[in-house]
Design a protein around this ligand. Structure first.
Ligand code: SF4
Ligand code: SF4
Length: 198
């Protein structure tokens, strides 16, 4: 399949991704590839290429970037940022790429667990609940041995404040608007530097 056509490029892609200006220096990328050379995901999957993704952000290649599987493979270890001579915070850029992908209904199956955790945090003040009675008992025993209360205590006031933060910042509305059923399969990959549809 050929590369994207000029007319299909989104010239405002970088602006859309870095909406809040959190990674303002992407245009300073030297294409040196140090980020790729130090990325553990790239070792396992040669089609994962942060340098190429940065190029796509800058030229506006929204199709390949937002619809690709690779944007869900980064696990934010930060090695790319540590090794970048220009101090480009690729992990933070990646986080925002995912937000834009989600808003366009790509990768929702990857996002679904996070949505569940986040809404639980809003309601209960904590994201983790042991899945089994045995697991819960084990956690309680370890906590007690360590001199802690058997289970984390969250005051009603703290719960209310946490909930208010979610609601006032629009996070609750944003999370609830995301419908996993609306997913458009993320089926493009970076293999061979071209668009490949599985
Ligand atoms: S290490 Fe930094 S400058 Fe080099 S390609 Fe990666 S992002 Fe660009
Ligand atoms: S933060 Fe992501 S892109 Fe950067 S080195 Fe780690 S896995 Fe690779």
């Amino acid at each position: 399949m050929p590369r994207e056509k000029e007319r299909d490029l989104d010239k405002n892609l970088y602006e859309k991704i870095d909406h809040y200006g959190l990674v303002p220096n992407v245009e300073a990328c030297l294409t040196c590839g140090k980020c790729v050379g130090n990325c553990p995901v790239a070792v396992i999957n040669p089609s994962f290429n942060s340098r190429q993704m940065i190029r796509d952000v800058l030229v506006g290649n929204a199709t390949r970037l937002l619809q690709s599987e690779e944007i869900w493979q980064c696990f934010w270890c930060g090695y790319c940022y540590q090794s970048c001579p220009m101090g480009i915070h690729f992990p933070l850029l990646m986080m925002q790429i995912r937000y834009l992908a989600i808003e366009n209904n790509y990768g929702l199956r990857y996002f679904a667990p996070f949505k569940k955790f986040a809404l639980r945090a809003r309601d209960d003040g904590m994201t983790f609940v042991a899945g089994s009675t045995r697991g819960r008992e084990r956690i309680m025993a370890i906590r007690s041995e360590a001199g802690m209360t058997p289970w984390p205590e969250i005051s009603e006031k703290a719960r209310e404040e946490y909930k208010a933060l979610f609601d006032l910042t629009g996070t609750t509305a944003w999370l609830e608007a995301i419908d996993p059923e609306a997913e458009i399969p993320a089926s493009y990959t970076y293999r061979e530097g071209r668009i490949v549809h599985d």
